[in-house]
Design a protein around this ligand. Structure first.
Ligand code: ZN
Length: 168
């Protein structure tokens, strides 16, 4: 919850405008999620930063576009960041994502050896970090990233809620 900056908040439709001048990693992830929604993808966005906080990769979900059920934002961003770095290991890098990663992406984050996973909305149904198999808590022989949940949670959740048409 370290760098949550409270701002006047307009759910969902305000996200793009609100974040356009905000270049923090979570803002960029929210923007990528917004763009994914515009393409008909589930609005999840992910960013990987290096130890100095520089952006290595930004991705939104591409499962529909790529006909690939595993083309989750996190996996795409991790792969792109690793390619950019020329190494399969992302030590001292952070994964920022608008939604709690699923078990596949949580496992991938551990395999890529990221330092921290920072996410927005919690996902009681599909999440694998704080819910379900709680991948990082399991006694696997994996690196366990530090986890920070709930960053700009309302904005991230609003994007998803709007996409799935559950607006009240
Ligand atoms: Zn995933």
């Amino acid at each position: 919850m370290a760098d949550v900056v409270p701002k006047p908040h307009t759910p969902a439709q305000g996200v793009a405008a609100q974040t356009q001048d905000d270049l923090t990693p979570m803002a960029l992830a929210l923007h990528a999620a917004s763009e994914a929604a515009a393409r008909g993808e589930v609005p999840v966005g992910a960013v990987v930063t290096d130890a100095a906080g520089a952006i290595l990769a930004i991705a939104g979900n591409r499962t529909e576009a790529d006909c690939d059920a595993s083309a989750h934002a996190e996996l795409l961003a991790l792969r792109a960041a690793a390619a950019a770095r020329g190494s399969p290991r992302l030590e001292n890098c952070d994964l920022w994502v608008t939604l709690e990663p699923c078990p596949m992406c949580a496992t991938a984050a551990a395999l890529f050896r990221v330092r921290r996973v920072l996410f927005g909305a919690y996902d009681p149904k599909g999440g694998g970090v704080e819910h379900g198999p709680r991948i990082f808590a399991a006694t696997l022989n994996l690196q366990r990233p530090e986890v920070v949940g709930g960053l700009r949670e309302r904005e991230a959740a609003a994007l998803l809620r709007d996409f799935f048409g559950k607006r009240r």
